[in-house]
Design a protein around this ligand. Sequence first.
Ligand SMILES: O=C(O)CCC(=O)C(=O)O
Ligand SMILES: [Fe+2]
Length: 225
Amino acid sequence: MVRAMNHKSRLLSEEALTKYRIELLVKGTVVIGPQILFTQDELAKIDQLQAEIPEEEVREGDAGDSHNVFVKRVRIDPPGRAPSNANGAAPGQIMELLERKDRSFALRKILGATSDYVIRRCQMHRMPPGSYVGIHLDAASDPDFEYSVIVQLARDFEGGEFVVYPSGYEHQVYRPPFGAVLVTTCRVQHEVKPVLTGERRSLVYFCSKRSGANRRIIESSTAGL
Ligand SMILES: O=C(O)CCC(=O)C(=O)O
Ligand SMILES: [Fe+2]
């Protein structure tokens, strides 16, 4: 029994993982409920570590899209360079927590990979009232981004819905609760609606099968020739 467990996720049954996998394939987005991928203790640890990371205000996205959000960088993925953890001890500790074996195994199954995905970029968002993230495509930041994983870190806020716009389908509106994890493909446009009251906070990471330099600059310079 114990031996069999070694090859499985301790977080979820094979059946549950398959159910999430299918929903992600069919809809492009899936929400994994609270207390499944992250325990309360892990969320508290992330909260404690993030206090040490400096915050910047971001008003423009990588593709000129409009945002209004406070960002803490955990792992950066600059064009033309390989991803690296942001300075200081806390980013490395958050990455270590995200990459724990059971969680990586469960995510790999949900994302449908035979080998581990790498986390190319990771950041935390704080959105007081009036903040929003305009419509954008995550793959515009890095063409190798495949899935974004968004952990909900706040309980009390209104607005801030996550809206996806699959081409040829009705848009979908998500309001995941505290501790839930929303996984979405980086090839579908989406936005975060303005926060109305309270404060929305999230931890966002972008997964890819490729670990080399961000190919964004190379692609755009080729396009310009
Ligand atoms: O904070 C979030 O919920 C995700 C925002 C987003 O779409 C992004 O960072 O690409
Ligand atoms: Fe996004």
